[in-house]
Design a protein around this ligand. Structure first.
Ligand SMILES: Cc1cc2nc3c(=O)[nH]c(=O)nc-3n(C[C@H](O)[C@H](O)[C@H](O)COP(=O)(O)OP(=O)(O)OC[C@H]3O[C@@H](n4cnc5c(N)ncnc54)[C@H](O)[C@@H]3O)c2cc1C
Length: 387
């Protein structure tokens, strides 16, 4: 139950969405109890069995039509799943990247054959996905990527290296951003699908040690003369990669705002409970005016953010969310997430610094939100273009 005074928008209050939310809550209570999540953090990866359980529970391919093996839902179902992953502290489980980033690329840009070949296997959990854009030498400036996909016989040969790739140790289905024509900028970039079980020359590098999100297998990937068939060029026409990436950005950025909002609401709930219980100087921490003012400010800002995020979800469902507005949501909500989690942590005193307290983990985990999916500085550049 949210601590904010914001009614759910009507489109999120429909009965089937409520029922789906209950099903998600039950699923994570059963399949992701704290001790199992803790094991993933220690292992630095969410085990494959969890993906299979999620697939069996119908949580993969939520917004993919049933004719392609998906659940036939829409973005509201993705929102519920992302919220529950955040609210229940299932950090590291990359299902929302799989569902709400990778599968839409195949659905929107794949040929009919590609959709029929890949979407059912992505929905069943046979394929676990990743998207590999970032390279050691190119992150924000994606035009600077050096990975190439050269035509060779009846296919392509991929060479290059990627880094910071979410699901990097687990994925066996990777969309690789590569240059099919290195002499061209954006127009020379294409999206290539690598089914890693089918190829030679693909290597996974280190599962990277990070400040936060330890259960997520963020990794380096190497492609050394990896041969893929011509049919693995997404959409079958070379040079479309940048336009395909641009088309999906509003949803990807909104996803991050939705996740940020869940963290904000969880932080506030945990903190309000804590300050009512913890005592100092003979009274509960909440009885100090400082605590009340800090939490009143946090709740106000969180309410403003929630209203804006709901607005963006509504616009996106109508197909009207533009890149600049999605960038506003991504940058502003994740900045606020950092600020609110920090202020909440302070109210826990020393316990806020201890691993056993979720607020400590949320502090570390939320830092990346301002960096990935396009840094918040890049978001401001995109917004500024509309001035
Ligand atoms: C945990 C994690 C998961 C990730 N998952 C994925 C994934 O699944 N797939 C994937 O492809 N990538 C992934 N990334 C990569 C992420 O998207 C990049 O790290 C991010 O886009 C920034 O790129 P960079 O790290 O190269 O930073 P840089 O581009 O080197 O930026 C460094 C700094 O310079 C600033 N800057 C750069 N250009 C400008 C400019 N024009 N104006 C003002 N400031 C600027 C940036 O904002 C930043 O503060 C992930 C990263 C992490 C850490």
């Amino acid at each position: 139950m949210s601590v904010l005074n914001v009614d759910r928008p009507e489109f999120m209050a429909e009965e089937d969405i409520r029922l789906f939310e209950d099903a998600c809550i039950r699923f994570f209570e059963q399949s992701a109890p704290p001790e199992r999540v803790e094991k993933w953090r220690k292992d630095k990866v969410v085990e494959r069995a969890m993906w299979e359980e999620a697939a069996q529970a119908g949580l993969l391919g939520l917004s993919t039509p049933e004719e392609y093996g998906g659940m036939g839902g829409d973005y509201r179902h993705e929102v519920i799943l992302m919220e529950q992953i955040g609210l229940q502290g299932v950090d590291g489980f990359g299902a929302s990247l799989h569902n709400a980033i990778v599968m839409p690329y195949i659905f929107h840009y794949g040929t009919e054959d590609q959709k029929r070949k890949w979407l059912p296997r992505l929905a069943s959990g046979e394929l676990i996905s990743a998207i590999a854009m970032t390279e050691p030498g190119a992150g924000s400036d994606l035009q600077g990527i050096r990975t190439t996909a050269k035509k060779s016989g009846n296919g392509y040969v991929i060479n290059g290296s990627k880094t910071f790739i979410t699901n990097g140790q687990t994925a066996n289905f990777i969309i690789v951003v590569a240059k099919t024509d290195p002499t061209q900028g954006a127009r020379g970039t294409s999206l290539m699908v690598v089914e890693t079980d089918e190829v030679e020359g693909f290597e996974r590098g280190r599962n990277l040690n990070k400040l936060g999100q330890p259960a997520q297998d963020t990794s380096e990937l190497f492609f050394n003369d990896v041969k893929i068939p011509a049919e693995n060029l997404l959409g079958s026409e070379e040079g479309k990669g940048f336009f395909q990436l641009m088309g999906q950005l509003p949803q990807e950025r909104l996803n991050i705002a939705v996740q940020g909002m869940a963290t904000i609401e969880r932080a506030l709930k945990l903190t309000i409970d804590y300050v009512k219980d913890r005592k100092a100087f003979g009274k509960a921490i909440i009885d100090f005016q400082n605590t009340q003012f800090v939490l009143a400010e946090c709740k106000t800002e969180a309410t403003v953010a929630r209203v804006f995020v709901n607005h963006c979800i509504g616009e996106h469902l109508k197909g009207k969310l533009d890149a600049a507005t999605a960038s506003m949501a991504k940058y502003w909500v994740t900045d606020l997430e950092g600020k609110i989690v920090d202020r909440c942590l302070q109210l826990f005193g020393g316990y806020g610094f201890m691993d056993e307290y979720p607020i400590s983990r949320m502090y570390r985990d939320s830092r990346i939100q301002r960096i990935y999916g396009g840094t918040n500085e890049i978001m401001k550049m995109l917004i500024a273009r509309t001035l």
